[in-house]
Design a protein around this ligand. Structure first.
Ligand code: SF4
Ligand code: SF4
Length: 174
């Protein structure tokens, strides 16, 4: 049996720049195959509207300014260079399929390379980046808002995970 060019190691466990190179290769060489799948197109649309809904919920809870306050402190916010390791080639491929020009924004040992001047440049983020469990957010907002936030983030995660599965099936067949 022919070995697949895209091993799990290559997709998930290499360093940040290698995973980005793999995502770009998948997009440029096979992007049309993914986009020809009706299921993929529907899921990308769903993901766009669910992500927008999550953004709206975050904005209504002033999370942008809470995170900015954190980021301006010496110990920084959540978007550390370490967190960039949580991105993988399939997630980056989803961003490329959504029309995001996925590009490192910085090259330092402190912040995530996908953190731009106005925040995260990825439309679809790693699971750990959707875990808004910090005390600033938990203490600064009411139970109703937190429940809505959880609901919106979970809906994004469910669709994201399902789309990853569909894409992986196609990647395995390449
Ligand atoms: S999620 Fe919480 S800890 Fe992280 S940057 Fe935002 S406010 Fe700070
Ligand atoms: S939210 Fe975006 S910028 Fe922040 S750590 Fe996650 S991927 Fe990086």
């Amino acid at each position: 049996m022919r070995a697949n060019r895209y091993s799990l190691d290559k997709l998930y466990y290499r360093d940040v720049s290698q995973k980005l190179a793999t995502a770009r290769e998948l997009f440029s060489e096979h992007g049309d195959i993914f986009m020809n799948e009706a299921e993929v197109r529907i899921m990308l649309d769903n993901l766009t509207s669910l992500s927008l809904n999550l953004q709206k919920q975050m904005a209504s809870m002033t999370m942008g300014s809470l995170c900015q306050i954190c980021a301006s402190k010496p110990e920084g916010g959540c978007c550390s260079a370490f967190m960039a390791n949580e991105t993988d080639a399939v997630l980056l491929l989803i961003n490329l399929l959504l029309g995001i020009d996925v590009c490192p924004q910085r090259d330092d040992d402190f912040e995530c390379c996908y953190l731009g001047p106005s925040g995260c440049t990825l439309k679809v983020k790693p699971i750990f980046c959707l875990n808004y469990n910090c005390r600033h957010i938990l203490t600064g907002n009411g139970a109703g808002d937190l429940k809505e936030l959880d609901k919106a983030a979970s809906a994004v995660l469910r669709e994201q995970t399902a789309l990853e599965e569909v894409l992986l099936k196609t990647i395995r067949s390449l």
